[in-house]
Design a protein around this ligand. Structure first.
Ligand code: GRF
Length: 197
């Protein structure tokens, strides 16, 4: 039986597209069963639909900051498809311990820095400000602490002369598209050996 994967997005979903493309391989141990966005305007939803993956949106705004109620609505959508694995792919809502705890060991996230450096936002600008020689991205298991769980893989790139946050973000995103599918493929097969690109 293939592992059932749900993917949470907030925007364009380029990482989601790479995960779904990779799971099209019959030898992959997992299959996508849902793409969920926290806004109906997320352009990644149309991409997922065109790839034949069921989609749904649960807008966080009507909940007016009531995280528990928003997360209950998220969980209700997940319960309809019973996923084994949950992938956060550019999902920009911070999830509380109440939502994360039952998913611990089954939820992955991609973060655009070499964790534990630069948890949170604006990772590319912070790496440049610090004068770092290299930068990159990380796939990690999600725990209640933000951007903190066990690392499944990292991809490292050199920071180049003249880099701006945008040029750095673009090169890191290219690595994200290699790293996340590689980590999910291994994780779904029960292998948590670290991936280093
Ligand atoms: C990626 O850089 C991801 O690391 C970050 O948000 C961006 C989303 O990209 N959390 P996409 O929606 O997957 O294209």
């Amino acid at each position: 039986m293939k592992k059932r994967v749900a993917i949470f997005i907030s925007g364009g979903g380029s990482n989601m597209v790479r995960l779904v493309e990779d799971m099209a391989d019959p030898n992959h141990a997992a299959e996508p069963v849902l793409v969920l966005a926290n806004s109906a305007e997320a352009s990644g939803l149309a991409k997922a639909k065109s790839m034949g993956v069921p989609v749904v949106s649960v807008d966080h705004r009507p909940f007016k900051g009531d995280r528990r109620a928003f997360e209950a609505a998220l969980q209700a959508e997940l319960d309809k498809v019973s996923p084994d694995i949950l992938c956060l792919a550019g999902f920009m809502r911070v999830l509380t311990e109440g939502f994360v705890a039952p998913w611990e060991g089954k939820m992955l996230n991609i973060h655009p820095s070499l964790l534990p450096k630069y948890k949170g936002l604006h990772t590319h600008a912070r790496a440049l400000e610090a004068g770092d020689a290299d930068h990159g991205c990380t796939v990690h298991m999600v725990t209640p602490l933000l951007d903190d769980g066990p690392i499944l893989g990292q991809a490292r790139i050199p920071v180049q002369q003249g880099d701006t946050p945008d040029t750095l973000a673009a090169r890191v995103l290219t690595q994200e598209h290699r790293l996340y599918p590689a980590c999910l493929r291994r994780f779904a097969a029960g292998d948590t050996t670290r991936v280093d690109l």
